[in-house]
Structure formats: structure tokens, C-alpha cells
Design a protein around this ligand. Structure first.
Ligand SMILES: [Zn+2]
Length: 326
């Protein structure tokens, strides 16, 4: 697959900026045998960082999240680890003072998870059929609520649920996102054909949809709540065959935080040894708090990220680096 002229120019700029060790052959990292596989986005991308970054991100989406966010913040401050909190506007409006007290810290980025946790486009496993007449409100109002509460810019948006191809082809959504002033989406949260886990897909821009400056930063791994029986979602057809990462598909629901950490390690090890720019799991405070009230898995994961010498950052800082390089 050939680079477009613009992409080639950008790649050159990245290399001259000293941020790239070389072009990754394809957007996706290797499969089980280490061979390159193509991403759903299907576009070659450069590796954006010399050192693989680690981005802790939390989909903060219901009143049940607040108590867990208190514990999560404590762990982050103890490790001096940054994080991105994707916040539902309504959830923030439910406890603005508490969230401001907890998250008004340079370690943390506050991004949007829509205004009322709606899909920004259709999802085959969800009956909430997007796009919706209130799409504009979901995109604009969440950003306004965050900026009003924290008095700083909100750069990114993550749709409820996320999609296998991010917002590729959803031009109406991308136009609104650009109009609202967002710089990135993090809405690619599923593997091929809406399977899990979401593979270690690299970032890309929405160049092909007419928005070359809007980035997509995919999430990786499982939606951790789905792995845990408290979700009570039950059995689903979720995995791909042949499985591109069979080692990342547990045989049953997770029972302990140690098991969750062991699964995280599969992705961290793979990201650290390949050409991956960053790795970021799809985490939910309400689910983390219910499964692991002491946040043991977070401590284990952060300690392991340190051991691998990954660079902890936020999506906003990662975006700034990507935009400067491009
Ligand atoms: Zn969500």
C-alpha cells in the first residue's frame, strides 16, 4: 500500500523531527508470529514516538464512577502517572465540584465521552441507532461542560462503545467534531469485524475523510468490564477466528485482579517489543472499582509499565507531539 503525497511529506517531517525510527510497514502491529497484519484503517503510519508511550484512560460515564475515581487518582498521584479521563458531560454535571477537586491536576487530561453516553454512529451490538438528531449536542455540550468546569481546553472525544473503524466514513460526525474544535477522536475500540480484543492499532488521521488534522487514537485490548462477570452481559460472540492474538483471549471471565494484570501484560509486552507508538487500555472506573476495590491491578500495571521503560502520558500530550511532528 503506497503512501499518499501528503502522508509521505508528513513521514519525512516526522523523521527530520527525530521522532521516528522508521516507517512501520502497516498500521497494525504484528500477529502471533510477529508478521505484520493490516489494520482496519488500512493505512500505513509512522511510529510517532521513539519510546513506546503508555496512556492510562478511563471512560467515566455514570454516578458509580466517582468513588472509584477517588481511588484511581490516588494511585496515579502516588506513581506520578498521567491519565486521560473521558467524561460523560452529564456525569460531570452531577458532581462538578468533586470532579474538579479530584482531577484539577496537571497529571490529568479531561476529554469528552459525549454528553449523555450516546453512540456517534451505528454499532452492530447496540440498538441505539446513531447518528442521531442530537448528535450536535452530544459533541458540543460535553466539550462546553468540561471546559466550563476545568477552565482548560478539551481536545479529544471518545464515542460511547467505540467502533471497529473509528469514525472512518462518518463524515457528518467528523465535520461536527472539527467544527467543535476537537483535535482527536479515540473511538476505534474494537478489533476486526467488531471482535475483541481491540488489536494494537496505531494512530491515524482522517485524511481520507477530508479531515487531515483530526487524529484517531485507537484504544487497545478488551473493554475490561466485558471480561468480568459483574457486567452480567453474558456470553457473546466476540472473538475472531482465526484469532490474531489467541494469547489475549481468556477462556472464561476473569476472577481476580492478578488475572487482569496478566492479560494486560500480553499487550504491554507486545507493544514494548514492536514498533508500537503507544498502548492504551479501555477502562471504566465503575467496573474497576467493583472488581478490584483496592486498585491492585492498576498498581501492578503501572509498575510493569515502569519496568518496561514505557513513557506514561496523556492523549492530549501525545496529540501535541503528533501534531508538532506532522
Ligand atoms: Zn462508555
Amino acid at each position: 500500500m503506497s503512501l499518499t503525497r501528503r502522508e509521505a511529506i508528513r513521514s519525512g517531517a516526522l523523521m527530520s523531527a527525530g521522532l521516528v525510527g522508521g516507517l512501520a510497514a502497516v498500521a497494525q502491529t504484528g500477529n502471533r508470529d510477529g508478521a505484520a497484519v493490516e489494520s482496519p484503517a488500512g493505512r500505513p503510519v509512522p511510529k510517532l514516538t521513539k519510546r513506546t508511550a503508555y496512556i492510562a484512560a478511563y471512560d467515566t460515564e455514570s454516578p458509580r464512577c466517582l468513588a472509584a475515581v477517588r481511588k484511581i487518582v490516588e494511585v496515579h498521584q502516588r506513581f506520578n502517572f498521567p491519565a486521560t479521563f473521558f467524561m460523560v458531560g452529564r456525569t460531570l454535571e452531577g458532581a462538578p465540584e468533586e470532579y474538579r477537586r479530584l482531577l484539577d491536576d496537571p497529571l490529568f487530561e479531561i476529554a469528552s465521552h459525549t454528553y449523555s453516553h450516546r453512540l456517534l454512529r451505528e454499532h452492530p451490538l447496540n440498538n441505539d441507532k446513531g447518528p442521531r438528531p442530537d448528535l450536535r449536542k452530544e459533541i458540543f455540550e460535553s466539550k462546553a461542560t468540561i471546559e466550563r468546569t476545568f477552565q482548560r481546553p478539551c481536545l479529544g472525544i471518545r464515542s460511547a462503545w467505540g467502533f471497529a473503524h473509528g469514525l472512518t466514513g462518518a463524515r457528518d460526525v467528523l465535520t461536527l467534531i472539527a467544527e467543535a474544535g476537537y483535535k482527536y477522536s479515540s473511538s476505534q475500540l474494537w478489533g476486526p469485524d467488531y471482535t475483541l480484543p481491540a488489536l494494537l492499532t496505531e494512530p491515524y488521521t482522517y485524511l481520507a475523510d477530508g479531515h487531515p488534522t483530526i487524529w484517531e487514537f485507537p484504544g487497545h485490548g478488551w473493554h475490561e468490564n466485558i471480561l468480568k462477570s459483574p457486567t452480567k452481559w453474558g456470553a457473546k460472540r466476540l472473538t475472531l477466528w482465526p484469532a490474531p492474538m489467541p494469547e489475549a483471549i481468556p477462556s472464561t471471565f476473569l476472577k481476580t485482579p492478578d488475572e487482569e494484570f496478566a492479560l494486560n501484560r500480553v499487550f504491554l509486552d507486545k507493544a514494548a517489543t514492536g514498533t508500537q507508538s503507544y498502548v492504551s487500555f479501555i477502562w471504566h472506573p465503575w467496573s474497576l472499582g467493583a472488581f478490584d476495590p483496592s486498585m491492585r491491578m492498576l498498581e501492578q500495571t503501572f509498575a510493569y509499565v515502569q519496568k518496561l521503560a514505557m513513557k506514561p502520558t496523556t492523549f492530549a500530550r501525545f496529540y501535541e507531539q503528533a501534531a508538532r511532528a506532522g
